[in-house]
Design a protein around this ligand. Structure first.
Ligand code: KG4
Ligand code: ZN
Length: 330
């Protein structure tokens, strides 16, 4: 069964076609470069660009999958969470397509779609129940996943998301946007403990805004004393990244122990981070847990995971088509 997925929750306009768990096409046009001067996503710019590009992205996805529009069996799209205007563009496109083709419409949660990434283009069995870790620009959440239609949030950030903190800190250091990528590239293991930064301890919940403020104050102090060399910046940011990454890894392992699961699944843009991947792998081995990481190519926003999850919900879980489904920003 061919499933078309549409993702438009943030700055990427994405369409993809899957056949069951097999990826047939994966197309994205991003408005990222237009947001760079602002150091973050401007919702109005994102929305206007979805409108501009969605038709082209859709046509490319069909063409690259080498199918006919009429071959689409199910239309899946992200209906939450995200920027409201951006979601509305994807939702209306998906609804129009579903009506025109007379095919079922499935709305999926963007965060759960991130957790579906490791299950595409392979035959791994779904290892339910598992702890799902989603770390992105808007979210840092831990889920207890009994199945993809039965997911409970067991921990989340009380303030900034991890990706958001990376982006804000990178902006303060004039590094460019999105910040996570720049900080990842700067990281040097030998400097991971050069400075002491500590994340708040909130059980399975996260808080990153305190450490962000601590880092920015440290930077201002060093600037005042004219001590902020390039090397010191790398030391500061390496220590900062290490604290965030360690905190995420520790809480994920804590959740796995508390809920007595054997598997951890991780997805979201920040999961592309090399240090996070390394420490998650190490912790999984030490704690005899199985770890399924989203491939780097599918960790950030895409429509393949949306199409894949829509297929699963429709075909395996027998979810009903709902043309009246609404979008929710949160
Ligand atoms: O999942 P995603 O593509 O979009 C959202 O749903 O938010 O995540 C984007 C976030 C940005 O905050 C970006 O800085 C972060 O992912 N990111 C990274 C890396 N690549 C992207 N963070 C840390 N290390 C990276 N290599
Ligand atoms: Zn995302």
């Amino acid at each position: 069964m061919y499933v078309l997925g549409i993702e438009s929750s943030c700055d990427d306009t994405c369409c993809a076609v899957v056949n069951g768990r097999r990826i047939l096409s994966n197309v994205t046009i991003s408005s990222l470069s237009l947001h760079k001067p602002y150091g973050g996503i401007v919702p109005e710019i994102a929305t206007r660009n979805h409108l501009k590009f969605i038709d082209r992205v859709f046509r490319l996805a069909i063409e690259r999958a080498n199918i006919d529009v009429k071959d689409i069996g199910v239309v899946g799209f992200t209906h939450r969470p995200g920027l409201i205007g951006a979601l509305v563009v994807g939702a209306n496109f998906a609804k129009a397509l579903s009506l025109a083709l007379d095919k079922p419409l499935i709305g999926v949660n963007h965060l759960y779609a991130h957790l579906y990434a490791p299950f595409l283009d392979n035959r791994i069995k779904f290892p339910f129940p598992f702890i799902g870790l989603v770390v992105s620009g808007g979210h840092t959440e831990l889920f207890f996943v009994s199945d993809f239609d039965n997911i409970k949030c067991v921990g989340k950030t009380r303030d900034d998301a991890a990706g958001e903190v990376f982006d804000k800190v990178a902006r303060a250091f004039g590094l460019g946007y999105p910040g996570g990528w720049y900080i990842d590239k700067l990281f040097k293991e030998e400097y991971k403990d050069s400075f002491k930064f500590k994340c708040a301890d909130l059980g399975l919940n996260f808080s990153f805004s305190g450490i962000k403020t601590a880092l920015v104050y440290r930077k201002i102090e060093l600037e005042k004393d004219r001590k902020l060399s390039r090397e010191l910046i790398v030391k500061l940011l390496s220590s900062f990244q290490e604290s965030i990454v360690k905190n995420i890894v520790d809480k994920t392992i804590l959740a796995a122990k508390k809920y007595r699961v054997k598997t951890i699944v991780a997805g979201g843009g920040v999961v592309a981070n090399r240090r996070l991947r390394r420490l998650l792998r190490k912790a999984a081995v030490e704690n005899k847990l199985r770890l399924l990481l989203a491939p780097v190519t599918l960790s950030s926003d895409n429509a393949v995971t949306v199409a894949g999850l829509s297929y699963y919900l429709y075909n395996v879980k027998r979810r009903k088509s709902d043309i009246g489904i609404k979008v929710y920003s949160n």
